[in-house]
Design a protein around this ligand. Sequence first.
Ligand code: CS2
Ligand code: MG
Length: 402
Amino acid sequence: MKIVDAKVIVCSPGRNFVTLKIVTEDGIHGLGDATLNGRELAVVSYLNDHVIPLLIGRDARRIEDTWHYLYKGAYWRRGPVTMTAIAAVDCALWDLRGKALQTPLYQLLGGASRDGVLVYGHANGETIESTVEAVRHYLALGYKAVRAQCGIPGIPNAYGVGRGAMSYEPAEKVEPLNTQWDTARYLDLAPRLFERLRHELGPDPLLLHDAHHRLTPLEAARLGRSLEPYHLFWLEDPTEAEVQEAFRLIRHHTTTPLAVGEVFNTIYDCHRLIEEQLIDYIRTTVVHAGGITHLRKIAALAELYQVKTGSHGATDLSPVCMAAALHFDLNVHNFGIQEYMRHSEETDRVFPHGYSFQDGFMYPGDAPGLGVDIDESLAAQYPYERAYLPVNRQTDGTMHSW
Ligand code: CS2
Ligand code: MG
């Protein structure tokens, strides 16, 4: 099963996506998502200039060996660009393997550990009232779990608060949007939002919240403690996660469950968080953490320490990644939840797929491999447009994490 061709497809059906397509001598093709939001072309170059020449002639069945060949063979290890490129190759090889054996990916991984994949949607509002309404809307659609984000009075365009009803797009075309941040106002508002949500919706809905790395460990500890009466499913990214030890302080002060890891790209970014049981959910996902091969190793480590998975699934991860994530989620024993932001209709048309949503759960479907394809002629109608994530500054102008 020799690889005879590989190419990178860049398209922008509403937002940018990078897709790797690998073709074998039998004429089968496999797909991998290679999208790194706001830095897309760096991964395109990494694949085109450095990785694809190494793939031609290799046996597509050697998935594990190819992973190590690309990771160790480069000498320069880790980092989002490298690991996204490796993930795309890895994912495409798993897709190919499933197609060659005529079996859905989850069956290759060990079969289904559950009947469906619990997902959470994103409810956003400018005010507490409109956020409550947005959560209600998701519950009416059948979601069991909803992330709630609310605008902060006097802070226009706070990051992570969507401006559309069902989806939000963090990247801006041409140049970064400047956004503002005020921690004091946020720490005052967040517990009031969740108090209101519990009061209006009762104890059953699973409620999540994302702090987008914006707090110091002490502020995060205070937030976690103030949210305890409202029993969150998780509080995500409470502080910057480069220093894993910082979570000791947060953990010491609050029983609010913590989720971290959408920006991590290897097991080395999170092994201490997992081994010291400083978090409850690890958010690494297929596209940014080295593909299915590496994500399974992170999950296996997490399983030892009763840490569950909660993979990132924002709209900047393409339907190819979404499909891969759902196969992984259906199989992995210590699955917790999967993020699911709906893609736009134009994106769904470019990437026809077999996965589906029903009553708060998702299903990867039983098509061979990932069960997702790319319509290349349609993709060609949406050329790449440079886009950036917003930058965030405190009210005095100092740069801040978003
Ligand atoms: C967010 C993402 O989904 C999440 O939890 O943190 O929207 C994230 O900001 C984007 O995926 C960045 O590209
Ligand atoms: Mg997040």
